[in-house]
Design a binder for this molecule. Structure first.
Ligand SMILES: CC(C)(COP(=O)(O)OP(=O)(O)OC[C@H]1O[C@@H](n2cnc3c(N)ncnc32)[C@H](O)[C@@H]1OP(=O)(O)O)[C@@H](O)C(=O)NCCC(=O)NCCS
Length: 168
């Protein structure tokens, strides 16, 4: 019997390549057919390992999920970007490789990100999700999030609705 050992920890410079790979695969899976092809390609190309290396060395908090030396998920977090919302923290991104989804690891990374926000003394947490990203919406509802705001974002001329879930 093989045992899948999974570790959640803060990212370091050596993780840039692995995070970039998770970003590429998970964004393609989540957003193909939703975000226009060209805009999606541009966003993915921009987030190359160099981009992640800079993000890790700057102030962005990044957590990774590591399995047997491979980065299989990441989360980025920090201060809430929308001043009108009372929650102080925000999880900006939470993404897992497709083959590692649906086995409890998203929940584990989400809880680790919440813990990290608390350690930063940021009270409450917000997550923005594209409304048509059904699996993610279901995940955050299941995690006890309350829908508190709506917005939209335009990608290559296509406007998509998004909503914010909050935890206090
Ligand atoms: C969204 C995502 C992070 C969730 O992680 P995951 O590992 O697949 O989810 P988990 O296996 O940890 O599920 C945790 C709980 O949510 C529930 N859940 C997960 N996906 C669900 C879905 N599509 N529908 C209903 N419930 C769901 C699980 O049943 C589980 O419930 P439980 O705790 O009561 O047993 C992951 O699927 C992912 O990376 N998706 C693509 C990228 C994405 O859309 N990210 C979010 C952008 S804002």
């Amino acid at each position: 019997m093989s045992i899948l050992s999974i570790d959640t920890r803060r990212a370091n410079a050596e993780d840039a390549f692995g995070i970039s790979g998770v970003h590429d695969a998970s964004w393609k899976q989540a957003y193909t057919g939703l975000i226009p092809h060209k805009a999606l390609q541009t966003m993915i190309r921009r987030r190359d390992p160099k981009w992640w290396e800079r993000a890790i060395s700057h102030s962005t908090r990044i957590l990774v999920l590591e399995s047997m030396g491979q980065i299989v998920g990441y989360a980025t977090l920090g201060s809430n970007r929308v001043a009108t919302l009372p929650q102080q923290g925000e999880i900006y991104e939470l993404y897992l490789l497709p083959e590692y989804q649906g086995i409890g690891l998203g929940k584990r990374l989400f809880l680790a990100a919440r813990k990290e926000l608390a350690a930063l003394n940021l009270k409450g947490c917000v997550v923005w999700v594209l409304e048509e990203n059904d699996p993610a919406v279901a995940f955050y509802l299941n995690a006890g999030g309350t829908e508190i705001a709506e917005g939209n974002e335009t990608f290559s001329g296509k406007t998509l609705q998004k909503k914010a879930f909050a935890w206090n």
